[in-house]
Design a protein around this ligand. Structure first.
Ligand code: 13P
Length: 253
């Protein structure tokens, strides 16, 4: 059984509405005709609706970079799952390391967001990954296990099929230091083993696991050749259609 490759661009805090629309317009042209690869882009909140309009009729999916778990109420500055659905999102990135590092995200809040997203039919791109210190101290696998269990706590089996996992070693994000394909493969393999042991064999086999951290047109092929890597969550290289489309077209290299 094959897992459909999934390449997503996380634009982070970049692009005005005009720039965002311009980028997806170019992207539609540069990846037209690509088959058997699912593609998504995650613009900032302000650009979601305009990008959604520009993407209508194309196969590129829309993702948000975060969400809040409540539906509505006195939560100044937050955005709800329903609001994201309304502007055309199918996916939402949850628990990105930058949110964990800079905005106090914990396994518990990640879990609340996961439940809220799934409750509205949004598909989570559930992120996890170790810092350099955690790696050097030999804590990578225990950390991954904690993040995995924390984020999936109390979810029903029915919900597993909507989840995508993104393994992003923090030391590889935005640093130009990509993990070698072998290093990048270790953790997704471990994740699948744990999922099979703790949850179900079907979940372990079917869940798509992306790698993220300095993915480029030069290294995508080696990463995608690994058994347990099914895609990429791309930061910097997703900001230009030229580089992102090359990554999407990895099969042609
Ligand atoms: P870079 O590709 O810029 O390293 O970012 C990776 C990332 O954090 C994607 O979510």
């Amino acid at each position: 059984m094959g897992r459909l490759p999934f390449i997503a661009g996380n634009w982070k805090l970049n692009k005005t509405v005009e720039e965002a629309v311009d980028l997806v317009r170019q992207l539609k042209a540069s990846i037209s005709g690509v088959k058997d690869v699912e593609v998504a882009v995650a613009p900032s909140f302000t650009a979601l609706y305009a990008v959604y309009k520009e993407l209508e009729g194309s196969s590129i999916h829309l993702a948000a970079q975060n969400l809040f778990w409540e539906e509505k109420g006195a939560y100044t500055g937050e955005v709800s799952p329903l609001m994201l659905k309304e502007v055309g999102c199918q996916y939402v990135i949850i628990g990105h390391s930058e949110r964990r590092q800079f905005f106090g995200e914990t396994d518990e809040t990640v879990n609340r967001r996961m439940k809220a997203a799934l409750g509205q039919g949004l598909k989570p791109i559930f992120c996890m990954g170790e810092t350099l210190k955690e790696r050097e101290e030999g804590n990578t696998f225990s950390l991954i296990e904690r993040q995995l269990k924390g984020g999936l706590r109390d979810l029903g089996e029915m919900e597993f099929k909507s989840i995508v996992i993104a393994y992003e070693p923090v030391w590889a994000i935005g640093t130009g230091k990509t993990a070698t394909p072998q290093q990048a493969e270790e953790v997704p393999r471990f994740i699948r083993e744990r999922l099979e042991r703790v949850y179900s064999r079907q979940f372990a086999e079917e869940v798509r696991i992306q790698y993220g951290g300095s993915v480029t047109p030069e290294n995508i092929k080696g990463l995608m050749s690994q058994t347990n890597i099914d895609g990429a969550l791309v930061g910097g290289a997703s900001l230009k259609s030229e580089t992102f489309s090359k990554i999407v077209r990895f099969k042609e290299m």
